[in-house]
Design a protein around this ligand. Structure first.
Ligand code: CP
Length: 310
């Protein structure tokens, strides 16, 4: 076992404001000077374990480790032996053969179990409570577009979900004014520590008045109304119908955009015609694909930070 406690990235609440700023600045530097980092993780292996589907998280982590000189191993949960045994046993083994683990787990509790038994850093690649890697890429995108995060106005419109929890934690650390327009906060989802911190710092505003929420905003952000694993699940048909009925008035669309010059954000995958109209995806103010691209640079920074190579 290592002498120092292993540092995981489960959520940003475990990181100081200074550390969060360091990771953001490192991401920017890596994007600017990628070749300076090409050997930093030479001969290091990253295991990427997915209980759920992914496009961006899988690709960006695999490219990140490869461009840092290391090697990525993709594990689809269903083709492993995790279901035959206990998570802790498999985690203890995996961490003996790699230097860092990234996991996309459905349940936060299972991610914690994985981390508890891992002797190497575990990175949360999105669970039901948090999506820390996405939120860091979002902050890099904001930083690039306005040259700062302090005082920037970000409005999130949608269901309160894992992304919002991570955005709240990073907004508190980076001085972003976050307005939440969340007509629905499913039970047990809201991260109260991050919310309290944001509130105490005078950075949180909540409203259901869309025009008020967007008119002074620099960035407006939305996300899926239904969890990704349920979107095409016939068993979730009724839940999906209820969500659409409740959320349709809160769609990001051309009519709402008339009230604001804000940049448009979405963490993808996009469901056009639901949380966002098709016309806004490639709108001149859309920075959606910058967010997705920036996943690569922030994954690199997170890997380097956790492995003390930054
Ligand atoms: N935003 C995001 O995490 O994308 P994927 O689900 O495709 O990884």
């Amino acid at each position: 076992m290592p002498d120092q406690p292993v540092r995981h990235l489960i959520h940003w609440n475990d990181f100081s404001d200074e550390e969060i700023k360091r990771i953001l600045l490192l991401s920017k530097k890596i994007k600017q000077y990628p070749l300076d980092y090409q050997d930093h993780l030479r001969n290091q292996s990253l295991v990427m374990l997915f209980q759920k589907t992914s496009t961006r998280t899988r690709v960006s982590f695999e490219v990140a480790i490869s461009e840092l000189g290391g090697h990525g191993i993709f594990l689809d949960w269903n083709s492993t032996n995790f279901d035959l045994t206990e998570i802790g046993y498999e985690a203890a083994y995996l961490s003996s053969n790699c230097q860092v683990l990234m996991a996309r787990m459905v349940k936060h509790e299972e991610l914690l179990e994985l981390a508890e038994h891992s002797s190497v850093p575990v990175i949360n690649g999105c669970c039901n409570r948090y999506h820390p890697c996405q939120a860091m890429a979002d902050m890099l995108t904001i930083f690039e577009h306005v040259g700062k995060t302090e005082g920037v106005k970000l409005t999130y419109i949608g269901v309160h979900n894992n992304v919002v929890n991570s955005l709240m934690a990073l907004s508190a650390a980076l001085g972003v004014h976050l307005t939440l327009v969340c007509p629905l906060s499913p039970e047990g989802v809201v991260e109260t520590n991050a919310k309290e911190k944001l509130k105490q710092r005078g950075l949180l505003f909540e409203t259901l008045d869309l025009v008020e929420a967007v008119k002074e905003s620099d960035f407006i952000y939305t996300d899926t109304w239904v969890d990704m694993e349920l979107f095409n699940d016939p068993k979730a048909k009724e839940l999906k119908r209820e969500r659409i009925e409740l959320m349709m008035p809160y769609q990001l669309n051309e009519k709402l955009k008339e009230h604001t010059g804000a940049k448009i954000m979405h963490d993808m995958p996009i469901h056009p015609g639901y949380e966002i109209s098709k016309g806004l995806v490639f709108h001149p103010d859309s920075i959606i694909f910058d967010q997705a691209e920036n996943r690569l640079y922030t994954q690199k920074a997170i890997l380097l930070f956790l492995l003390n190579k930054g």
